[in-house]
Ligand binder design. Structure first.
Ligand code: BG6
Length: 463
């Protein structure tokens, strides 16, 4: 047994509405961008017709089965659960002035269920899904008006849940828009940098306005941003590679810099000039941006490398990003490189850069599980992955980094975001469903369920 984590450290898991809820057209829900991507973020996009179906339409049916799932999370000892609100359950088209009561009532029931077990909700306002109505009728985040629609949505849910939810996140992996514009900002994939950065600017202003609204409506609430923590190492120690890694890390740190500091960093002026980009930033936008986040949250799955050497610059696709593989690291079955020490490194980098509390809101191993004849699932590979990462979180805390908590990704199997697969599983809890949507949806505890239960009850001393 080693040192325990601090008493106040929050332990739990993270899911997203579109990957677990299903019920895609129930109780007045509108069509979201995610509904048009039944094959995932990188799969083919379709116009939905009446009668056709996609894997996310039912997902794991969390919309109806959440009491059973929350009970299982409580059995593991969760003190926090990160989930998202589907914007289209509240404003089906996105531009209505009045919310959909049935959608609001669903999240009341969900948060009440969590409260029964003293599980703190950590709620993302927008996780890879926006109302498709905003894309079709208003041009998504390319249109400044979307800031107002989002602010109205944010104010509505802050007001409704102000006594139930104190921890909020604005946009999931906000830097993702650079790599998947439709998912991130509701723009066509082939959009140019000018259009994408203007839409990103609107989203950054919207995020800041949500922070302001939350502070007004939920005075004891805390709002964080959410970054895809895509740390890049120089592939070699040649100064050119070191400089290249600095510049490519700016691509994603830019979002954190604006959300934490409240203004555009100097290096972006040079970037915009070099790429012939001119962003319209109104005077009011500058004032809005000053409403900075209370804490920084991020996902962490992997690291990658960069180099300016053309021969060595052989990229392979990780989660969302193309990265040069690190020759010193092993990979998951999906080609994601496993780097527990990178998590300690990233925590230190973010802490030193911002001096704000950090929250790891996604981390985990997507793997194929085998159900044994007796029904057991012995996912030792998942236990090893999570154990190694949590050991590094503890190291970072000992380095002096202020870490609020850890919500591993997908504590219950869910639909993967990138390709909408079921065979890529993250959970402590197995869900009986396959890539074609066959299965009973029955939940079963895996070996890792009991491992995480012990980690939480010992506050990490069992790692
Ligand atoms: C993160 C997303 O990028 O990675 C999640 O916020 C996603 O929504 C997770 O599920 C894992 O990616 P995937 O493609 O394996 O589901």
């Amino acid at each position: 047994m080693t040192t325990a984590f601090p008493q106040h450290f929050l332990w739990g898991g993270a899911v997203a509405a579109n990957q677990v809820e299903g019920a895609w057209q129930e109780d007045g829900k509108g069509v979201s961008t995610s509904d048009l991507q039944p094959h995932g973020i990188f799969g083919e996009r379709v116009e939905r017709q009446a009668g056709d179906c996609g894997i996310k339409d039912v997902a794991i049916d969390f919309y109806h089965r959440y009491p059973e799932d929350i009970k299982l999370f409580a059995e593991m000892g969760f003190t926090v659960l990160r989930t998202s609100i589907a914007w289209t359950r509240i404003f089906p088209q996105g531009d209505e002035t009045q919310p959909n009561e049935a959608g609001l009532a669903f999240y009341d029931r969900l948060f009440d269920e969590m409260a029964k077990y003293n599980i703190t909700p950590l709620v993302t306002l927008s996780h890879y899904e926006m109302p498709f109505g905003l894309v079709k009728n208003h041009g998504g985040w390319g249109n400044r008006k979307t800031i107002d629609f989002f602010e109205n949505y944010a104010r509505t849910v802050f007001t409704r849940y102000k006594d139930k939810v104190k921890h909020w996140l604005t946009f999931n992996e906000i830097n993702m828009s650079l790599h998947a514009p439709f998912t991130g900002v509701g723009l066509p994939e082939e959009s140019d940098k000018q259009a994408i950065y203007q839409a990103i600017h609107h989203q950054l202003v919207a995020s800041a306005r949500a922070v302001k609204a939350c502070h007004e409506i939920v005075p004891d609430g805390k709002v964080g941003n959410m970054l895809l923590g895509a740390m890049l190492y120089p592939l070699t120690c040649r100064p050119a590679d070191v400089m290249e890694s600095l510049q490519q890390n700016h691509d994603w740190l830019f979002f954190g810099d604006v959300q934490v500091r409240g203004y555009y960093p100097g290096y972006m002026n040079r970037f915009f000039k070099q790429h012939g980009i001119s962003i319209t930033i109104e005077e009011q936008d500058k004032r809005d941006l000053q409403h900075t986040v209370d804490f920084i949250s991020f996902s962490y799955y992997m690291t990658g490398c960069v180099t300016t050497d053309e021969e060595l610059n052989q990229k392979s696709r990780g989660n969302i990003l193309d990265m040069v593989p690190n020759p010193h690291l092993a990979s998951s079955e999906w080609g994601w490189q496993i780097d527990p020490e990178g998590l300690r490194y990233l925590l230190n980098v973010l802490w030193e850069r911002y001096q704000k509390p950090l929250f790891i809101v996604e981390n985990g191993l997507g793997a194929r599980d085998r159900v044994e004849a007796d029904g057991s699932i012995n996912d030792d590979y998942r236990i090893a992955y999570l154990n190694d990462h949590l050991v590094q979180v503890r190291e970072a805390i000992e380095d002096g980094v202020d870490v609020w908590g850890y919500t591993c990704w997908g504590p219950i199997d869910l639909v993967s975001a990138s390709k909408a697969e079921f065979s890529k599983r993250y959970g402590f809890i197995h869900v009986d469903r396959d890539d074609n949507g066959n299965g009973t949806l029955v939940r079963t505890r895996k070996k890792s369920f009991f491992w995480y239960q012990q980690v939480i009850s010992s506050r990490g001393a069992s790692l």
